[in-house]
Design a protein around this ligand. Structure first.
Ligand code: FEO
Ligand code: CA
Ligand code: CA
Length: 733
């Protein structure tokens, strides 16, 4: 039994600077040696003289606390056993479990009022669309806690109150409506409720008498939904492909106003998966599987047309994922509003402290299925954002801002995301890599500069760039980027006085179309491949055939600069199950190679969420079926683990309820409160029986965190849990 392998508490994040990458070094050439040398003797957590939080407070007015790193605290908790299927076949215990000495509480769940005037969640899902628009959205995902300042307004360093920004990725229509999506027919009211449950939830949270509660009357409370007005900025703004029909969304129906947008305005954000933040204190929400929310009342244009090619490359189809928005809301009907898809697939910037500010779609960062956006500010104050495109055989990108970061005047950074260069990654077999600029000058595999490629031709280079950004995937195809095993979150290892490298990690969650075909194929250089249809052979960066369990890759920028166009890389770990009985493929054994003690005690699969805390510890969240069945019989429920980037040692910190995904993580500046997202508990349950697989969080708690308010059951609810250590100490230490 895995449970008997419960590891003991003897692990600290390695402060010695011992080179975990040395095994790679032994095989490297001069280029790769850089990768190694940079960290030799540089145990990042040694952090001699590392700033403590209190040393930062007030001394750095206007400077961001996230630029500072705290003294290492190590990994000091007892890893918990996997949450295995209760009957040995399927369905795990329907609760969140954390190590002894820690307490998890419910903070906010789908349907909780978070905006002034919001009404309480109704357990039969009879809340209206208008009510949902003031309640926490469904299917929570990436998030960030923005602490309040000690004095005045805006962001500061407090650890007892702040604004939580959280993504609401998608909806489970069978749970969202009393009678399910199709019960009494599909109506504009249902559509509007579904749209209102998507987007971003912004809420004030406070710790009072050691209880974290939400303030549903806060001036910061805000919902950003599929219908919220927003601005489009950057090189693609205003392009003809960005001009759409304008609709009167206030009406009960949805009636065209007969006008077109000018390409500088949009409505709504959807499929907000993981997130990012900026060094100037804003929140980034990333639009992932937006294609699935569209449909068409007539046949889509042929793939030979410009629109047809785009639909094909981004997976837009006539019926989408089964949402019916397009049947009642013509904005999402491609037969009448064909360019609306081009308003999605962006990174959207939101000011958490200004509820009146329009969110901004930043087109300079490219249009893909954005998973997350991790920033790095280098020693010269240059800024880059690292991003994955989460679909099988898609790519890893970085955006480098043209301007330097101004750490003395946050407002001066406001439009940093509008000017810069977007790059896509190529990973070479010798562990070197290139960042290939997606600019008009770049010459593609066919020997033709992108400005002369028929997919991007324009009146001038400004228009060429606009088209490159709207058709980012096709531009990346043209220049020969490396197809990856579903790039999910990116995370940057904190730098401090002991560790100066720019080292970025990316989860490659899984890929069942990798190397498992006798007839491998690639994304075609002319951008005509149907989304996720390629079946590439294994390569150095994606070495596992039929990659069920996924892996985590990392790279270091040459010259410790985000401007670098070359990097070195290695695979941090392959996830897997040491006890698997699954038949090995020629190029892999599915056992994985994380370091855990006893061996197998911290096994995980399908790594997805990935985040470095202020103490240099790597947190990894997983997204697999989550019921302990099949390939997950020894791994069990989805989980959150803590890992040491030097030694690759993992410990399991949290297991989730049945058929949930664990996604979204943030921490207070003092490290004493951890926020974790639990998404889609009871996934796939039916409208007739919403609690078929899960009744979480009611299955775990009878009362809200205030200890008074009853917590109704009746259907599973995605939610954020708040975790504290019973002795008041730093989480995980
Ligand atoms: Fe929404 Fe790629 O996870
Ligand atoms: Ca994800
Ligand atoms: Ca995922």
């Amino acid at each position: 039994m895995k449970g008997s392998k419960h590891p003991k508490n003897d692990l600290t994040v390695n402060p010695s600077g011992n080179e975990s990458i040395l095994d790679v070094i032994a095989r490297v050439d001069v280029t790769r040696r850089r990768f190694v040398q940079g960290s030799a003797g540089a145990g990042m957590l040694a952090a001699a003289g590392g700033l403590t939080l209190s040393g930062v407070v007030n001394a750095m007015e206007g400077h961001h606390p996230r630029h500072h790193h705290h003294k290492p605290v190590g990994i000091g908790f007892d890893g918990i056993p996997p949450s295995l299927a209760l009957d040995g076949i399927k369905n795990v215990v329907d609760e969140v479990r954390v190590p002894d000495g820690y307490t998890a509480n419910l903070l906010v769940a789908w349907g909780d009022p978070i905006v002034r005037g919001g009404v309480a969640y109704k357990a039969d899902a009879s809340n209206t669309a208008a009510e949902q628009a003031k309640q926490y959205g469904m299917h929570t995902d990436g998030m960030h806690f923005f602490p309040f300042a000690n004095r005045g307004f805006g962001e500061g360093y407090r650890s007892d109150c702040g604004v939580l920004c959280a993504n609401n990725e998608y909806t489970h229509e069978e749970v969202l409506f009393t009678d399910g999506q199709v019960g009494a027919g599909y109506t504009i009211e249902k559509c509007r409720k579904s749209q209102a449950a998507h987007g971003v939830s912004i809420l004030e949270v406070n710790r009072t008498r050691n209880k974290w509660l939400i303030d549903s009357r806060s001036i910061y409370g805000r919902r950003i939904t599929a219908n919220t007005p927003m601005r489009i900025s950057g090189p693609a703004a205003g392009h003809a492909l960005m001009k759409t029909n304008e609709y009167d969304i206030q009406s009960n129906g949805s009636f065209p106003s007969g006008k077109t947008t000018n390409g500088f305005s949009a409505r709504g954000t959807i499929n907000n998966c993981a997130n990012g933040i900026t060094p100037w204190g804003t929140y980034l929400t990333c639009e992932e599987n937006w294609n699935g929310n569209f449909g068409a009342s007539a046949a889509l244009p042929a793939v030979t047309t410009e629109a047809g090619k785009l639909y094909n490359r981004y997976g837009v189809t006539k019926d989408g994922f089964g949402y019916r928005w397009h049947t009642v809301d013509p904005r999402f009907d491609l037969a009448v509003n064909p360019n609306e898809t081009n308003h999605f697939g962006w990174v959207v910037e939101i000011d958490p402290f200004d509820p009146a500010a329009l969110p901004v779609k930043r087109t300079a960062l490219g249009r893909i299925k954005h998973e997350s956006a991790q920033y790095v500010v280098d020693a010269n104050e240059h800024v880059a954002f690292y991003m994955g495109d989460d679909e099988r055989n898609e790519y890893i990108y970085k955006f480098v801002c043209a301007k330097k970061f101004n750490k003395r005047n946050m407002r001066a950074n406001r439009d940093m995301l509008d000017k810069g260069t977007l790059y896509v990654a190529r990973f070479n077999a010798d562990l070197s890599g290139q960042w290939i600029a997606l600019t008009p000058d770049t010459v593609g595999l066919d020997g033709v500069a992108l400005r002369n490629n028929p997919n991007f031709v324009g009146a001038d280079d400004a228009e060429v760039l606009a088209k490159i950004l709207i058709k980012t995937r096709m531009a990346a195809d043209a220049v020969g980027a490396t197809m990856m095993d579903r790039p999910e979150w990116t995370g940057a290892r904190p730098r401090n006085r002991g560790f100066d490298e720019i080292e970025v990690y990316c989860t490659l969650t899984n890929n069942n179309r990798r190397g498992s075909s006798a007839t491998p194929s690639s994304n075609k250089a002319d951008g005509s491949t149907t989304a996720a249809s390629a079946r590439p052979a294994v390569d150095a960066a994606n070495p596992r055939e039929d990659n069920i369990y996924g892996h985590i890759i990392r790279w270091r920028e040459d010259d410790q600069s985000v401007l670098a166009t070359t990097f070195t890389w290695d695979i941090f770990v392959q996830a897997g199950d040491v006890s698997t009985t699954k038949t090995a493929k020629p190029t892999n054994d599915y056992k994985g190679n994380i370091v855990d003690s006893p061996d197998g005690s911290a096994d995980l699969g399908a790594p997805d969420g990935l985040w470095f805390d202020w103490f240099g510890r790597l947190w990894v969240q997983t997204d697999q079926v989550g019921d302990g069945s099949g390939d997950w019989i020894n791994i069990g429920a989805n989980s959150l683990s803590c890992a040491d980037p030097e030694t690759k040692q993992f410990r399991r910190f949290l297991t989730g309820p049945n058929k949930c995904e664990v996604t979204g993580i943030s921490m207070t500046p003092d490290g004493k409160t951890l926020f974790v997202g639990i998404q889609h508990p009871g996934e796939d349950s039916t409208a007739a029986n919403p609690t078929l697989y899960s009744n979480w969080p009611a299955s775990q708690w009878e009362k809200r965190a205030d200890g008074v308010t009853p917590l109704p059951g009746g259907r599973p609810r995605s939610a954020v849990v708040v975790i504290t250590k019973d002795d008041g100490g730093i989480i995980g230490a």
